[in-house]
Design a protein around this ligand. Structure first.
Ligand code: ARG
Length: 460
């Protein structure tokens, strides 16, 4: 049986390839996070008052300079993770040791790959969630602008997809926006849960050395360390699961929005027109302009839901302490994050260039849309609602299309067509945007300080 040498002993070649799985590829996404986590760890070790000291200031600076170099190469796709490394953690240690000799060999003092990968995934999630939050805020704001622009444009309100009551484009678009604002709250609460540092939990049981977990947490700009080291280990997967649940909510909102846009841009409805440049054609039918983007978003919702199920499925029945099963969560976690981010981004473009057609919107109003309005008119004349309802139902033929403008203006109560407070929703959206931007500035400042170089400019 052939075996392969790794930094942590000889491993059967087939076992190595099976256990590494996709990590050598997926971990490329964690190069930044692994280097940042390592920078915090080495800074903490350098400040420990143990004799002999673990790292001098110069040695710490050398390690950090090398970590920054690895990040630069990683961003250019030039940092290699070999199968014999198994993962990004040992690839970074190998590189540090090659460059710095003995100093590199000391980097793994008082840590385990278990707490390394846990902190890496939290740093990855921090960065991605901040980006996703900002994009989701933009999508909500684009929807609200569309709502504002077409605030009182009449649109048939539907239940069961059947014509139901008079409504407006403003109501339609801002309903989607408010849904996203709720999803944004879910993302924010997932962000908060993620914002706790597992570093220093080592293999899940701490280390026989007075390491400073508060310090590493602070250096990485986490709100606080996870208190219990065993829980810090067990929280891996749980944290991803909560995040992906919040992503699922975003995707479910996009699913409904995509489906509405597909439906209402069908020629049979024609309420909306999708911009030609955001549609795709057919290889045989020259006239075609298909809403492929929206269809793919609709399909990708299922993938994110499946990722969520995969993650909770892996977690269910796991005993406490690290188990290799957790590695298998990485792929659905990253996939759902990237899928959600790409979907929100493309939906911003779709909504930005969406056009409404007033004539088609008006033409859709058939007399029965006013049935409930008519019954309520009879109520205003003194009849009970049920008698009025029966009277209208017995004489549906006599219903007529009402004055659309007047019908809209009658709906003045909170949140109805003429009672919509779009500015209120816009304010909420803007507030989150400002808050997230501030959080990101603070995060980047902390990481830049840790690395001694401007973090956000590294790729230039
Ligand atoms: N790639 C591994 C993972 O994602 C890193 C941790 C390995 N730890 C271990 N005890 N084998 O879980």
């Amino acid at each position: 049986m052939s075996s392969q040498k790794t930094m942590v002993g000889k491993v059967n070649a087939d076992v190595l390839s099976f256990t590494v799985g996709k990590d050598a590829v997926l971990d490329r996404e964690l190069v930044d996070a692994d280097c940042i986590g390592t920078a915090a760890h080495v800074t903490m070790l350098q400040r420990l008052s143990v004799k002999p000291s673990l790292f001098s200031i110069k040695e710490r600076d050398d390690v950090i300079a090398e970590l920054v170099e690895i990040m630069r190469r990683g961003r250019k796709g030039q940092f290699k993770i070999l199968a014999s490394d198994q993962d990004v953690h040992l690839a970074v240690e190998r590189t540090l040791t090659k460059k710095l000799g003995d100093v590199g060999k000391r980097i793994h003092t008082a840590r385990s790959r278990n707490d390394q990968v846990a902190v890496d995934l939290r740093l990855y999630a921090k960065e991605e969630l901040l980006g996703l939050l900002l994009d989701s805020v933009e999508l909500s704001s684009v929807l609200l602008s569309f709502a504002k622009k077409h605030k009182m444009w009449p649109m048939v309100g539907r239940t069961h997809l059947q014509p139901a009551m008079p409504s407006t484009v403003g109501l339609w678009a801002s309903a989607h926006a408010e849904s996203l604002l709720d999803d944004i709250s879910c993302l924010e609460s997932a962000y908060q849960l993620n914002d706790r540092c597992p570093l220093g939990s080592a293999a899940g049981y701490g280390v026989p050395l007075a390491i400073d977990r508060e310090l590493t947490s602070k250096l990485l700009n986490f709100a606080e360390p996870i208190h219990n080291v065993l829980y810090a280990s067990n929280a891996r997967g749980k944290c991803e699961s909560v995040i992906v649940a919040s992503l699922s909510q975003v995707m479910l909102s996009l699913s409904r929005l995509s489906e509405d846009m597909i439906l209402y841009s069908m020629p049979e409805f024609a309420y909306f027109k999708l911009p030609a440049e955001l549609c795709t054609g057919s290889s045989i039918m020259p006239q075609k302009k298909n809403p492929d983007v929206l269809e793919l978003v609709r399909a990708k919702v299922a993938r994110v839901l499946a990722d969520s199920t995969a993650i909770t499925g892996i977690l269910k029945g796991l005993p406490g302490g690290y188990n290799r099963d957790l590695q298998e969560i990485k792929e659905p976690f990253m996939e759902s994050m990237q899928t959600t981010r790409a979907s929100v981004k493309i939906m911003i473009d779709m909504v930005k260039s969406l056009k409404a057609d007033k004539k088609a919107l008006h033409a859709a109003f058939t007399p029965e849309v006013f049935a409930a309005d008519r019954a309520l008119e009879l109520v205003a004349e003194g009849a009970s609602f049920r008698d009025s309802y029966n009277q209208v139902r017995d004489d549906l033929e006599s219903l007529q299309v009402d004055d659309l403008g007047a019908a809209m203006l009658k709906r003045t109560h909170l949140g109805a067509g003429a009672g919509l407070d779009i500015d209120f929703l816009m304010k909420r959206s803007k507030e989150v945007g400002v808050k997230v931007k501030r959080t990101r500035v603070r995060y980047y400042a902390a990481i830049s300080k840790l690395l001694g170089t401007k973090y956000s400019d590294l790729s230039i």
